[in-house]
Design a protein around this ligand. Structure first.
Ligand code: NAD
Ligand code: DAU
Length: 332
């Protein structure tokens, strides 16, 4: 058995990665380390608790990370503060977890000579203009905009430096916007679905013309496994599934799929410094490693996601009022 240490495995993508791995890759023995911040939820793992080892802890704790990295073969590093709007309210935890936390893991990896896969975001490249046909690729210069994306860019640069300076065995992936089950209701798609389910009007920032490149979380995670299996050490891969849509279209589609009037939403205050467009060219991953996305029908994916939030209202209902109150303070 190969021993896999998954950081942030109680969050959205990390918990989906745990489920995906248990279903598709039984050769892995899984340990999850997660601090259980507001974004981590043990309920995401309840059904598999007897199949994994769970450790509650902070990736910034060097002794803990040394112990866990020493006991495992591969580290898949998802743990992060992940929400742009929170990084505009208080950047401090982003600097601590995303930068200091990644540094701490790198030091353990260096000490014990283990393999690391670092999970990052397309936001490290900044944004593209709405009328620019270009997409991000592996040679696009880093140009992050927000405290969140600059902390992720910093973490990537640390990984690159540890590869070059110390020869650690590591790969990096930068993925576009994920959607699917277990996504925190602070994020765009689940916020709007749970607004509609709660009788609250959906909220579109600014004009809603900003474009995101949506990918189903299982496609992200199958790509991560492909990189762990076949990725060249020291390399970085972009992950995306040609899912570009503007926010207005996504919101109108959600309203339509939920049987509501397509115009039944509010325009609210825009996000300061709002990135306009993200778009991924995943040719390298597709041609060099043979990966392909499976869930390319966004309407079908949104319908399945709506069904999940409808069927799992106890998963999100307790948090709803608090999240909306924090947004209301910013007129969002
Ligand atoms: P999330 O916020 O849902 O989950 C983050 C998890 O990390 C939570 O379980 C939280 O408790 C844990 N965590 C936070 N700080 C920690 C610490 N100091 N020590 C241990 N655990 C800690 O995030 P997500 O959306 O699942 O994102 C996971 C990763 O994927 C992040 O690195 C993010 O930058 C990256 N990413 C996300 C997307 C997306 O669309 N959500 C896209 C590309 C990349
Ligand atoms: O691109 C990858 C990134 O995608 C990840 O690195 C981040 O962790 C993840 O949160 C996501 O970042 P975004 O800022 O793009 O996602 P968010 O869900 O916050 O917003 C998506 C778009 O929707 C963005 O243009 C802002 C807009 N929006 C968001 C919210 C919460 C709204 O119009 N209304 C809303 O209520």
């Amino acid at each position: 058995m190969t021993k896999l240490l998954i950081t942030g495995g109680a969050g959205f993508i990390g918990s989906n990665f745990v489920h995906y791995t248990l279903t598709n890759r039984p050769e892995y023995e899984i340990t999850v380390i997660d601090k259980l911040t507001y974004a981590g939820n043990l309920d995401n793992l309840t059904s598999v608790m007897d199949k994994i080892t769970f450790v509650k802890g902070d990736i910034c704790d060097q002794n803990l990370m040394d112990d866990l990295v020493d006991k495992n073969d591969i580290v898949v590093h998802f743990a992060a503060e992940s929400h742009n709007d929170n990084s505009l309210r208080n950047p401090q935890p982003f600097i601590q977890t995303n930068i200091v936390g990644t540094f701490t893991i790198l030091e353990s990896i260096r000490k014990f000579g283990k393999r690391l896969h670092h999970i990052s975001t397309d936001e490290v490249y900044g944004d593209l203009a709405l009328d620019d046909p270009a997409k991000f690729n592996e040679n696009t210069p880093y140009n992050a905009s927000s405290p969140y994306s600059s902390s992720k860019a910093s973490s990537d640069l640390l990984v690159k430096a540890w590869i070059r300076s110390f020869g650690i065995k590591a790969t990096i992936s930068n993925c576009s916007n994920n959607y699917g089950p277990y996504q925190h209701i602070e994020k765009f798609i689940p916020r709007q679905i749970t607004n509609i389910l709660s009788g609250i009007s959906p909220k579109l920032y600014g004009t809603g013309e900003q474009v995101r490149d949506w990918i189903h979380v299982d496609d992200h995670n199958s790509a991560v496994h492909t990189i762990i299996d076949k990725g060249v050490l020291g390399e970085l891969y972009l992950i995306g599934a040609n899912g570009e849509q503007n926010n207005k279209y996504v919101l109108e589609t959600i309203l339509e799929l939920m049987g509501k009037d397509k115009t039944a939403y509010e325009h609210v205050n825009d996000r300061p410094g709002h990135d306009q467009r993200y778009a991924i060219d995943s040719t390298k991953l597709q041609t060099q490693l043979g990966w392909k996305p499976k869930y390319t029908d966004l309407r079908a994916g949104l319908q399945a996601t709506i069904d999940w939030y409808q069927q799992n209202d106890s998963w999100w209902q307790n948090e709803k009022a608090k999240i909306e109150a924090a947004y209301a303070e910013k007129g969002q």
